[in-house]
Design a protein around this ligand. Structure first.
Ligand code: NAP
Length: 289
């Protein structure tokens, strides 16, 4: 008989590390695993751990997240974000363990025209149309879970930013200290998910025994240029931020022009608290050096 209530996979990532901290603070018996402690593609080891630890809940915050590299390393992305998630789902279902899994705004097409057509963002049941290898791999994970599990939460997040690990805002603040000017694209629109808010609202979903697919993201709409500029202003940095077009920033991978996640579904539920992206950004900035 083990003591573990919750297992967190991906404990060194920005989401996994904050999950671990949050649960530890709440006095919940939690065990976290890094990729070297538990490679999610090792399904035998996952089964072994689930049988020894007997958790009630597994939080999968692990993922292959190198969006650009995934164009070449698609086999690894498919193994980690697709097949391994399928095996994890099967193992959890067999043992009646609830699974919380995170997915991405990239499962949608992200077409420019959708800004006008779906101003409130993509709803949970909007048609899926991943545009790059990373996005396809994340969609595979979603499909495996839905096919094999009854008690799960698939939570899609976008532009994820938290105090731990790496993210866009931390990169902008670092570059802002090193350079007098930054060029940032202003033609890709969305609304960020802040890690602390994602965790708070995932807990709200768990408290009401919610099941299925949900979006957690800020209210409002912004673009990467405005997001970066606001962050630097909040930090009172003098760095000049210049808006540029995506065409001026060659990338090996197609990124969405629009990727706002609609939060209408989750907003109706008890205990859920969403905020405008500027509020989440202010709070994040106050925690960063
Ligand atoms: N970041 C974003 O902007 C964003 C946007 C939308 C959705 N998401 C989704 O949100 C979730 C959390 O993202 P994040 O930003 O927190 O990711 P992250 O910081 O890149 O962390 C991912 C973690 O996954 C672990 N990992 C990678 N391969 C693994 C493997 N084979 N076995 C076990 N663990 C493995 C890594 O562990 P080690 O460090 O120990 O190697 C890493 O710490 C992911 O599902 C991601 O797809 C992220």
């Amino acid at each position: 008989m083990s003591d573990t209530e919750v297992i967190v996979l991906g404990k060194n990532g920005q989401l996994g590390s904050e999950w671990l901290e949050t649960l530890q603070k709440k006095g919940i018996r939690v065990k976290g695993y890094s990729s070297s402690e538990l490679n999610i593609t090792d399904s035998n080891r996952i089964e072994e751990i689930l049988d020894t630890e007997k958790p009630k809940l597994v939080i999968n915050a692990s993922a292959y997240t190198k969006v650009d590299k995934a164009e070449e390393e698609w086999k690894i992305a498919f193994e980690v974000n697709g097949k391994a998630v399928g095996e994890l789902a099967k193992a959890c279902q067999k043992r009646s363990i609830k699974l919380v899994h995170y997915s991405t705004d990239y499962v949608f097409s992200g077409s420019e025209s959708d800004i006008q057509e779906f101003p409130a963002g993509y709803s949970e049941n909007h048609p899926l149309a991943p545009q790059n290898q990373y996005a396809i791999s994340k969609l595979m994970g979603e499909l495996y879970i839905r096919e094999q599990m009854t008690d799960y939460l698939i939570i899609r997040v976008a532009w994820l930013c938290g105090k731990n690990g790496n993210n866009f805002i931390k990169t902008m603040l670092r570059l802002g200290k090193e350079r007098p000017e930054l060029n940032v694209v202003n033609d890709q629109f969305g609304a960020p998910s802040f890690v602390d808010n994602v965790i708070e609202n995932t807990i709200a979903l768990l408290n009401i025994q919610a099941k299925g697919t949900f979006h957690i993201a800020s209210k409002g709409l912004t673009n990467w240029y405005e997001f970066a500029k606001t962050a630097l202003e909040l930090k009172e940095m003098q760095t000049v931020v210049n808006p540029i077009s995506s065409n001026a920033w060659p990338s090996p991978v197609k990124r969405p022009s629009f990727s706002k996640l609609s939060t209408a579904k989750i907003e109706m539920l008890d205990g859920v608290k969403l905020e405008h992206w500027t509020e989440g950004l202010k709070r994040l900035i106050s925690t960063l050096d």
